[in-house]
Design a binder for this molecule. Structure first.
Ligand SMILES: [Zn+2]
Length: 167
C-alpha cells in the first residue's frame, strides 16, 4: 500500500445550459490537465461555457477543502468563428481548440506588457498592448479570411492575401 491520498485534482466543464460534467478525479495535476485538454478537443461538437481544474484536500469538511487552480471561459473564435476559443482570464492566454485553427493569445515571455497573438496556419504573429487589442487583431484576421470567401484557405493563398493587405 502506498501513501494515502492527501489531495485530488478534479477537472470539469460547464455546458451552455448550465450542466456541469465532472471528468474524473486524479492524483496528479498533470493528469487532470491532460484529461481536460483531451476533452476540450470535443468543444467543437458541444456548446461549452467554462471549464476548471479544482484541487480538493481529502477529509476536510466545508469549502476550505477546495481550491480552484485554474478556470477558463469558452468564446467564439475570432478567426474560425466556432465556439472553441478558450480564454484563461487569470493568465491572459487563449487558444482555439477547433480543428486546424489553433489561433492563440499569450503574454510575451520577455515583456509582460506585451500580449502576443498568432495563427499557426500562416505563421501569423502580432504583438499587442492589451488582451483586447490581441482579440481585435485576431478578429481582423478572421474578417479578412471571411471576405476572401474561403473558410479553409491553404497557406500560400492566405499568406499572399495578407501581404497584399499590409500597411
Ligand atoms: Zn479557431
Amino acid at each position: 500500500m502506498g501513501e494515502p491520498l492527501q489531495r485530488v485534482f478534479v477537472p470539469s466543464v460547464t455546458e451552455e445550459e448550465g450542466g456541469t460534467l465532472g471528468l474524473g478525479c486524479f492524483s496528479s495535476e498533470e493528469t487532470a490537465w491532460q484529461v481536460l485538454r483531451a476533452f476540450l478537443k470535443k468543444s467543437e461538437q458541444m456548446l461549452l461555457q467554462a471549464c476548471s481544474v479544482v484541487v480538493w484536500d481529502v477529509d476536510i469538511v466545508g469549502e476550505d477543502a477546495m481550491t480552484v487552480l485554474s478556470s477558463m471561459e469558452c468564446k467564439d473564435c475570432p478567426v474560425c468563428g466556432r465556439r472553441t476559443f478558450w480564454i484563461d482570464v487569470d493568465n491572459f492566454s487563449a487558444l482555439c481548440h477547433g480543428t486546424a485553427c489553433s489561433a492563440w493569445i499569450e503574454e510575451n515571455t520577455v515583456d509582460p506588457e506585451i500580449i502576443d497573438c498568432g495563427w499557426p496556419t500562416i505563421r501569423f504573429l502580432k504583438q499587442n498592448k492589451s488582451i483586447e487589442e490581441a482579440v481585435e487583431s485576431l478578429f481582423k484576421l478572421g474578417d479578412r479570411l471571411k471576405s476572401a470567401g474561403e473558410e479553409r484557405m491553404d497557406q500560400t493563398s492566405a499568406e499572399q492575401m495578407l501581404e497584399d493587405d499590409t500597411d
